[in-house]
Write a protein that binds this ligand. Sequence first.
Ligand code: GDP
Length: 419
Amino acid sequence: MIFALSSGLPPAGVAVLRLSGPGVFAVARQLTGKQRLPPARTARLRTLYRLQDHQPIDRALVLLFPGPASFTGEDVVELHTHGSPAVVAAVQQELLALGVRPAEAGEFTRRAFQNGRIDLTQAEALADLLAAETEAQRAQALANAGGRLRQQAEAWREAILALRAEAEADLDFADESDVTVAALVGPIRRLAASIEAALAGAPMAERVRSGLVIAVTGPPNAGKSSLVNALAARDVAIVTALPGTTRDVLEVHLDLGGVPAMLLDTAGLRESADPVEQEGIRRARARAAAADLVLNLGEGEGLRVVNKIDETGEAPGIRGGVAYVSALTGAGLDSLRAHLVAWARAQVPRGEPALVTTARQAHLLTEAVGFLAEAAAQTESLLRAESLRLAAASLGRLTGAIGSEDVLGAIFSRFCIGK
Ligand code: GDP
């Protein structure tokens, strides 16, 4: 039996303590002074008692979720107590005394996976949902948390295994093999094409997860840090009048109309004898080169930004593909921001959220497509059956039907304690 504080850190209005494992209903009965337990999935107010002296700890809502139709697949209890550190500590003490141990990070979700309630793609989507900072991230994560990719992957895997069975059956009827060999190529290619179609959305989905990258470049003292700060509307980068003090690349997270973006404040792009500065410059150049958009306060590529218009007297706004702003007074920043929001939204296609969202998923599906291509190209039934087996195995690893401890560890370590 495990327990965790599944709500935020106390003090809070309410604290949710979640218990899972065989025996948690008996624990709930002990804690509530052997009162009648509430019916399944129905909240009831109960007094929780200290076992030793039968003194009340708190009045709490008690909820029971009988397995296997619970989140973890086991019997689950939720105790909604008042969210004070003292109440939480007192209840935790009783739980420990009753043999319930603190859960590790992600342990509830891991049990859900082990009991077949969710697959690995759903676990990944759940981790993304918990980490979602913007609307696009939330929508994308929620779509896959429901098991869309799992269902699709299981359907692909079954279809591949059926083809493999045909290829193997063919071994027993060597005479007819020419006919069968040719007959299998079409279905194999169609399967590969269907997986490739799903893969097409993967790069953009990965962008939604990690954020679009906007690099702010320009010579020292152009106002890069000031612009990053003004756009982020909070003081993150160090603003100073001395050139070359922004030694590293600083990141600021922006929510551009629901689309996540990372604003990179690059080091002053100039030659320098200082090795630390040289490294900063090298990194800045590399990241700016890989950015989705460059806000350029100097000459060269990207969206040109003319800063310090409070000094030159130019009018704020965007004209002829150039943004005129003052990071100091804020003039022109609304137009620049609106431009960035429109640009970010245009990068993320509307409609159905992507099916394939993580690098792990994309890698395994690409691998499966490769094995299917091999299978289609084989003329020997034995070799074809083997390629199909490998393609099915890639899909098995995608859902976790075939698993390795390393992969599980990497996925479940993303969760916090209590999930
Ligand atoms: P960076 O080296 O490109 O990051 O430039 P900073 O953001 O550190 O700014 C360099 C100097 O220019 C600082 O003294 C800022 O206060 C000043 N500065 C930045 N933006 C503006 C602006 O829009 N107007 C004026 N007048 N000064 C600015």
